[in-house]
Design a protein around this ligand. Sequence first.
Ligand code: G3P
Length: 221
Amino acid sequence: MRFFLDTADLDEIREAASWGVVAGVTTNPSLYARIGGKLADFPEHIQRICKLVDGPVSAEATGVTRDDIIAEGHELAKLAPNVVVKVPTTVEGLAATKTLSAEGVNVNMTLCFSVPQALLAARAGARYISPFVGRFDDISEDGIAALTDVVSAIENYKFDHPVEIIAASLRSANHVTQAALIGADIATVPFGVLKKLVSHPLTDRGLEMFEADWQKVVNAQ
Ligand code: G3P
């Protein structure tokens, strides 16, 4: 499983990229607004992200109609070769995905919550599909079970283009663990979750024990 960072924060991207673990980024205007960005500067910001990341950068279109999504998709795709246009899983989104994909633009269909939505996204030409996990948990349903179903269903079929599942809306190390056991191709995580993935109490304990043993050796000399 590869890791994408779900953020618009350049410092977070730089830091995580320095660890050698970031294969891509997913972002949207809301994440940009969270760090004080304005919608008008979003395209320029996507270019900044694309320069930092050697991998796909999903940038979300904000349009609702197919024509608006397609027009926005064209503008986003022009920004950098690694831009992926993020499109919601709706009727209009499917129609826009069909057009953009046929033109060679990579699309990530997002806000996917069911097997039929995922299959339709793949058939429309989506290169990536993003089932959301945490949003199910928010309504006391099982997001990991829904992700399992999507991954299994997509694996059942051959498509005439590569299709990868991005497990999204992941909130915890357990979500990431489950996504990996299920076989999701990619996990997109906020920086806070990525940091939690690195640590384990036994690693900290191991370091403390090593330090204590090392001190004994030093003191004995
Ligand atoms: O890419 C956005 C998606 O990951 C949303 O996450 O935590 O807002 O459900 P969340």
